[in-house]
Design a protein around this ligand. Structure first.
Ligand SMILES: [Zn+2]
Length: 157
């Protein structure tokens, strides 16, 4: 497994907001990257605003959905949101931190240039990793089904 790590930064002040070790998903419609909310602790680099609002969006899936604004702790610029009641197919995004791609930038740790890559290049890489993992999982679950069949008591008799 590649050990490359992408770091996401605030577009305005370049503070680090999170990294790809907590990557959840990418949403093409919203142009957003979702990272998992740290459990048990307050997020270190961002502020989740207490006020819950209804999102006004052209995108049906996100329209009138309850969200909290996420701001950069350093410069207080909005960088994303936390959604709470998205439909089932978007449920991995619920209660997690969704960064809007236009409000963040990213770079790969250890890349020689240390130049900010296009965020879409980074996301593409992440998606590939996730797809690889999903294939491994599918393969394993197929094998388990086969094994279970061998050991299952014959219920017809
Ligand atoms: Zn900032």
């Amino acid at each position: 497994m590649s050990s490359s790590l992408s770091v996401f930064q605030c577009e305005s002040c370049r503070s680090i907001l999170g990294d790809s070790s907590s990557y959840v998903c990418f949403n093409e419609d919203l142009r957003s990257v979702t990272l998992s909310m740290p459990t048990g602790t307050q997020p270190q680099f961002i502020e989740v605003q207490a006020l819950k609002k209804k999102h006004q969006s052209e995108i049906v899936d996100f329209h009138k959905k309850v969200f909290q604004t996420v701001t950069c702790k350093h410069c207080s610029q909005p960088v994303g949101m936390v959604f709470h009641d998205l439909p089932a197919h978007l449920s991995p995004m619920n209660h997690q931190i969704t960064f809007l791609v236009d409000q963040i930038s990213s770079y790969e740790v250890g890349s020689p240039s240390n130049q900010p890559n296009s965020i879409f290049t980074e996301i593409e890489k992440l998606q590939k990793e996730v797809t690889k993992l999903q294939r491994v999982m599918l393969n394993i679950s197929d094998r388990i089904v086969t094994i279970e069949k061998c050991f299952a008591p014959d219920e017809d008799q």
